[in-house]
Design a protein around this ligand. Sequence first.
Ligand code: HEC
Length: 148
Amino acid sequence: MKKNVLPVIMFLFLAPVILHAQTKKPISPKPKAAPVSKAVMDRGKEVYLMNCLACHQADGSGVPNLNPHLVKTKWVLGSKTVLVEQILKGSQGKVEIDGETFNNAMPPLPQLTDQQIADVLTYVRNSFSNKASVVSAGEVKSIRAKIK
Ligand code: HEC
């Protein structure tokens, strides 16, 4: 009889450890960016066609030496603040992207509403092979408030 005591003690000791290990949730994979709703993409595309197409082209490929492309640039995929400011304030002078130089001016587009800017930037950040988080109207609003 005495021989059986050890395994029983071992079991009692290990059971909580084993059970705990089994119920532990598997490490969840890196969260993917939530898919952007079609409604937002459609609205963003409309703003793009009206306000950006002429310079950056329908496929975001830009115009050599003049208007930079919008494919995976540090502006498009990077800081939302810098990106929103690019729309609100425009910019000019030489800009170099991937060894190519562009020299033209982008006009400021402050007449676009917070929602329009949010939608167009969400569209750009999720088109032309780009994949980045959505921009919300609230974010545009607070960035706009700071630069006024
Ligand atoms: C009149 C032409 C013109 C229009 C219209 C225009 N852009 Fe631009 N855009 C430019 C030029 C030129 C630059 C580079 C400016 C510089 O040299 O500083 C630029 C730069 C950018 C950049 C940063 C550089 C890059 O390639 O990532 C982004 C992002 C951008 N534009 C997005 C937009 C969006 C979105 C719209 C529409 C809401 C828009 N632009 C409208 C000409 C234009």
